[in-house]
Design a protein around this ligand. Structure first.
Ligand code: ADP
Ligand code: MG
Length: 290
């Protein structure tokens, strides 16, 4: 196997360390990501998800344990994390709060300009990023940033990170606060980024349905520790454990469980609506009464 892009081992992190308000946010977190993977990080509020992902591009530095990203040891104070920030794109929670330019295209162009790209390259990147998030360039380039809908603003923020052409995209609760349609839209954008461009994704969420739909592997954090890690189908089989951790299972999994309790024989793991439909088709076509 090739070396992981991100490898975190036994990571500890304190806030306000050395003050009377000191608190530990991570106490034994681990994480790995290989090229092209789509990995979820779940955990209830305060479990350390945001703290963990800010170590992936050196915004935070490890207090204990190790963080290696593209072969750089981020525990080494002499390592400059800035070159990593264009390879690992971090989309913060509510990223639209960081938009600042009145026009859409200029806001997205900020990153490539800062990288020193020439005019043609900036334009190419802005057009590419807008296409990737589904904002047609000619329609949106001169629009007033702060007059957009919530879903559109979030897409502009995402495009601003994509314009850096990162190999990995880390998204901290990217659908929080969006309406159902904007959520769906954004998930489709992310799926296409992975399928068409091979971008690796780290998807932080406490929405089980979205995790089930998007990711192949998932880590669960609780009290700053990684307490579960594995293929998404295996993790969602541990329903009781997930509930103890203040999480749940996808709605489709819950439905399948309720049907099984009532004696309906369903085949396989049911994580998504598509799985549920397939399991039920199989049940009805195999049942003697059908
Ligand atoms: N800037 C900060 N200063 C002090 N404590 C913080 C700060 N950010 C987070 N924390 C604390 O660290 C813990 C982990 O927080 P966080 O990483 O934001 O978790 P999550 O993203 O899973 O909600 C929580 O107890 C939180 O209150
Ligand atoms: Mg968070």
């Amino acid at each position: 196997m090739t070396e992981p892009i991100i490898e975190v081992r036994d990571l500890w992190h304190w806030y306000l360390r050395g003050t009377p308000l000191e608190s530990v946010a991570l106490q034994g977190a681990s994480f790995t990501l290989a090229a092209g993977e789509v990995v979820g990080i779940m955990g209830h509020t305060g479990s350390g998800k945001s703290t963990l992902v800010q170590h992936f591009n050196g915004l935070l530095r490890p207090h204990r344990g190790s963080v290696r990203v593209f072969g750089s040891d981020l525990g080494d104070k002499h390592v400059d994390p800035r070159p990593l920030r264009r390879r690992i794109g971090l989309v913060f929670q509510f990223p639209e709060q960081q938009l600042f330019d009145p026009t859409v295209a200029d806001d997205i162009a900020f990153g490539p300009r800062k990288l020193g790209c020439d005019h043609a390259e900036v334009r190419r990147r802005v057009q590419g990023a807008m296409a990737a998030v589904g904002l047609p360039f000619d329609t949106f380039k001169d629009r007033y940033t702060f007059g957009l809908s919530g879903g559109e603003m979030r897409k502009v923020a995402l495009a601003g990170v994509l314009a850096l052409e990162p190999e990995v995209l880390v998204l901290d609760e990217p659908t929080a606060g969006l309406d159902p349609r904007a959520r769906r839209d954004l998930l489709n954008v992310l799926r296409a980024l992975h399928d068409e461009r091979g971008t690796a994704l780290v998807f932080v969420s406490h929405n089980m349905d979205e995790v089930a739909e998007l990711v192949t592997r998932v880590d669960v954090l609780a009290d700053g520790k990684t307490v579960m890690s594995g293929p998404v189908r295996e993790i969602f089989r541990e329903e009781r454990r997930l509930r103890e951790l203040g999480l749940g299972v996808p709605a489709a999994t819950e439905l399948a469980g309720a049907l099984r309790e009532r004696g309906v024989a369903l085949r396989g793991d049911v994580l998504t609506i598509d799985d549920a439909v397939e399991a039920m088709m199989w049940t009805s076509s195999s049942s003697p009464a059908a």
